[in-house]
Write a protein that binds this ligand. Structure first.
Ligand SMILES: [Zn+2]
Ligand SMILES: [Zn+2]
Length: 132
């Protein structure tokens, strides 16, 4: 059983890594994994996604114009729940914003507007250098 769980996690991670410039809903991932591992159920997919997010291998964020949750490969990064991210609207590349400026921005949002920025749900969208 343990081995089996690890196998599905590897499948999920490999798939998202191969498509690192795209974002996926749980439904997308489930459909894809189910094709190569038909015994898998949705709850297992959810559990594995949770674990991969905790390990910083995946990023989870909400879309601004729908309520859907998206998952995207994130290059083994720590503490993705506690810093901001930016995403290129062209190539889909994810940037981890950990500079002092981001902390200042969060502090400013709090003091000026009373907003606690929820990093796990905030994503700044723009064009990266390569896509300009
Ligand atoms: Zn991050
Ligand atoms: Zn780009």
């Amino acid at each position: 059983m343990k081995e089996y769980k690890t196998r599905s996690r590897t499948l999920i991670l490999d798939y998202l890594k191969e498509n690192a410039d795209r974002r996926f809903t749980v439904g997308d991932i489930y459909k894809q994994i189910n094709e190569s591992d038909s015994g898998i159920n949705r709850a297992t997919v959810y559990r594995n996604l949770d674990r991969l997010c905790q390990q910083g291998k995946l990023l989870r964020y909400k879309d601004t114009d729908s309520d859907a949750c998206y998952y995207q490969y994130s290059d083994e990064h720590d503490n993705c729940d506690s810093h901001l991210h930016a995403k290129c609207s062209e190539c889909g590349k994810i940037f981890h914003i950990e500079s002092e400026f981001a902390r200042e921005f969060e502090g400013h949002m709090q003091s000026e507007y009373g907003i606690d920025v929820d990093c796990s749900k905030t994503i700044i969208v723009g064009k990266c250098d390569e896509c300009k």
